[in-house]
Design a protein around this ligand. Structure first.
Ligand SMILES: Nc1ncnc2c1ncn2[C@@H]1O[C@H](COP(=O)(O)OP(=O)(O)OP(=O)(O)O)[C@@H](O)[C@H]1O
Length: 643
């Protein structure tokens, strides 16, 4: 999961995965309704209709059984042989059992289908969320929604809907038969059962809320584990393993407690259902016995009534049993929908263009002479908000959802957020090599995030070829830009997978050529599998510098006209540094290159250097010009022994 996001987002996420979550969330998030489940079922309408037919058939075969039993009793009372009737009865029992087995299998299968499609929708959505969502949501919790919450949807089908329909047919059939057989007895039964139904319905809402909280807690556990695994080296080195384990245990305890709450509520449901069943049976036997004795009804009728009573109670028992799992599913669906209902990154564009009015000739069309990239009085602040309580916002921060200004959630929204860029203007002419330098936190990586449109500016305009970025389709824009992150992640997979991420049609020869261009040819010798050799967690390990060169090779392969390179801060030894410089030279060939440089030695020969300090441009020019004109640059250069 942590592999393809941008640097600023990743950096914040490690803090965003902090503890102290849950503020403003325990009031239970959006509660899903049964109606929201229907689209998931609709996808499988064909097979579900078939299952419904099966269950109605099953119900009918079940309903026919007491009638036959009544017949048998009457026939026995009359002293006539019962042979054929018994055989019909046996056949009915067998057919109804077979139908129910087959139906069960089909239901499970369809349930798995519902889980699969909800997982696909969710994963699809998560990968398309605005980058700002990843600043405030915890990865572990998102993973838990895909893995665990979706599983709970299955219960709706298997225990819920279709059994309910089959049960309803049996229920209704039994009810009608009972009215005909003995309305008085039925009246008494209905009173007992009615009270049970009312109680269980009340409890069911509490199950749903409790279960939603339980699932939230499971998300918290996943997030805590993810946080710890993500920083395992630091934690180990800091001797914080015990503390982190304790933090995870605290989350696990929380999940346990919420799970127990669900268990307590559903534990009430089972005895209520049991008592209702036993009471109604006792009432029927007692009152029914008196009525047989007084001649108001016959023994055969009473026996049939009792069997129908079981048929009435059985689906009811199933329904009571399903209350917990269906409500768990609805709780989980609430968590799933919460993510599915978020707008896609580009939803904002589709809904009618930029929210900020674009002034000037920005939209006049790409001009060949316009600079490749231009920042015009750009201001930007990261939205400070806590979505699922996971953001490491300070105490007193309110957890408000959806406070960002645009539907894409890309601009600052709270008004309190600090401006990270404060009126930044600079131009990058086509084909030139421009470096951004400045102290840590000056806003350099943020500049790249704006060029990639991970976020939109709060004010001002970023242009590419003279066009406001907000008027360019995101996919088209990104196809023009290569982006090498500061801590370029290696994706689990082969070297080839890593290289061809953005250019799936590249040939092996092209892959080898770009590896050589960035001085990574030797990596191919480390494993006999060559390009197919796995890298990352279960394969060849790459150093920080090598990872970044692999990322540069990936960008080279895609051959974008503009390349953004956030130079690795990891210290490179002389050889590696030379290799990196050669790699950068290789990519600079024939394209516009913007480098965020941490080592001035990398940039002294740039066409232009932009010096950023605390969100403002404080100097612009060549190395020698800046040494003269800009004290901050002179300071940086002095530290790095360049003057
Ligand atoms: N995703 C984010 N959410 C909120 N604030 C952020 C985010 N990313 C960066 N910031 C803040 O924005 C400011 C500028 O960060 P940025 O990463 O752009 O600086 P930088 O100049 O690239 O620093 P460095 O040289 O250390 O990489 C910092 O104060 C940082 O804390």
């Amino acid at each position: 999961m942590a592999s393809t996001t941008d640097a600023p987002a990743r950096r914040t996420r490690s803090t965003a995965s902090g503890r102290g979550r849950g503020r403003g969330r325990d009031a239970a998030g959006p509660r899903a309704t049964f109606g929201q489940l229907l689209p998931y079922l609709f996808e499988h309408r064909g097979i579900l209709s078939f299952i419904l037919v099966l269950s109605v058939l099953g119900a009918l075969t079940t309903l026919a059984q007491p009638l036959l039993v009544g017949q048998v009793i009457t026939v026995v009372e009359e002293g006539v042989p019962v042979g054929p009737l018994v055989w019909v009865l046996v056949a009915l029992v067998v057919v109804s059992a077979l139908l129910s087995g087959y139906q069960h299998y089909l239901l499970q299968r369809t349930g798995e289908g519902v889980v699969r499609s909800s997982r696909m929708h969710l994963a699809r959505k998560i990968l398309r969320l605005p980058i700002s969502e990843f600043d405030t949501r915890r990865t572990g919790d998102l993973v838990s929604r895909v893995g665990s919450d979706t599983t709970l949807l299955r219960a709706v089908l298997t225990q819920g809907l279709v059994e309910a329909v089959g049960g309803a047919v049996t229920f209704l059939g039994a009810l009608i038969a009972m009215i005909v057989l003995d309305a008085v007895l039925l009246g008494l039964t209905v009173i007992v059962i009615g009270i049970a139904i009312a109680t269980v319905s009340l409890l069911s809402l509490r199950v749903r809320d409790a279960s939603r909280r339980a699932q939230d807690k499971i998300g918290d556990v996943a997030a805590a584990v993810e946080r710890a695994i993500g920083a395992v080296r630091t934690i180990r080195a800091a001797g914080a393993t015990e503390r982190e384990t304790a933090a995870i245990e605290a989350e696990t305890d929380g999940a346990y407690r919420e799970g127990v709450k669900v268990a307590k509520i559903s534990a009430l449901i089972v005895p209520i259902a049991g008592i209702a069943m036993q009471l109604s049976l006792l009432v029927v036997i007692g009152v029914g016995g008196i009525r047989v004795a007084s001649g108001a009804t016959s023994v055969a009728n009473l026996v049939m009534f009792i069997i129908f009573l079981f048929m009435l109670i059985l689906p009811l028992g199933q329904a009571f049993g399903a209350v917990t799992s269906v409500n768990q599913a609805l709780g989980a669906l609430g968590r799933i929908r919460e993510v599915l209902d978020l707008p896609d990154e580009d939803a904002h564009d589709r809904d009618g263009g930029p929210a900020v009015a674009v002034a000037g000739p920005a939209n006049a069309g790409a001009a060949p002479e316009a600079p490749a990239i231009a920042f015009d009085e750009v201001r930007f602040a990261y939205a400070s908000r806590a979505v699922d309580g996971g953001a490491d916002a300070g105490e007193g921060d309110t957890a408000v959802e959806g406070t960002t200004s645009g539907p894409a959630g890309v601009s600052a929204g709270s008004g309190e957020a600090r401006d990270v860029l404060r009126g930044v203007s600079f131009e990058v002419p086509r084909g030139q090599r421009v470096a951004l330098v400045g102290p840590s936190g000056a806003g350099k990586s943020t500049t790249f995030a704006l060029i990639e449109r991970f976020y939109d500016p709060t004010a001002g305009v970023v242009r590419m070829g003279g066009l406001d970025l907000r008027t360019i389709d995101r996919a088209d824009l990104r196809a023009q830009i290569g982006y090498v992150e500061q801590d370029a992640p290696v994706l689990a997979g082969s070297i080839r997978d890593n290289l061809t991420l953005g250019s799936p049609d590249a040939t092996d020869d092209e892959c080898v050529a770009v590896l050589r261009a960035v001085n990574l040819g030797a990596v191919l010798d480390r494993d006999p599998a060559g390009l197919a050799a796995p890298v990352g967690e279960d394969g060849i390990m790459l150093s920080g510098g090598e990872r970044q060169r692999l990322a540069i090779a990936r960008a080279l392969l895609a051959a974008p006209p503009v390349l953004l390179l956030d130079e690795s801060t990891s210290s490179l030894d002389g050889v590696n540094e030379r290799m990196m410089r050669e790699a950068i030279d290789a990519v600079a060939e024939g394209r516009t290159l913007i480098v965020i440089a941490h080592r001035l030695s990398t940039v002294v020969d740039s066409d232009r250097i932009v010096v950023l300090d605390d969100g403002e441009v404080v100097g612009e020019g060549t190395h020698s010009e800046l040494v003269e004109s800009t004290p901050l640059y002179r300071e940086l250069a002095k530290h790095q022994l360049l003057v």
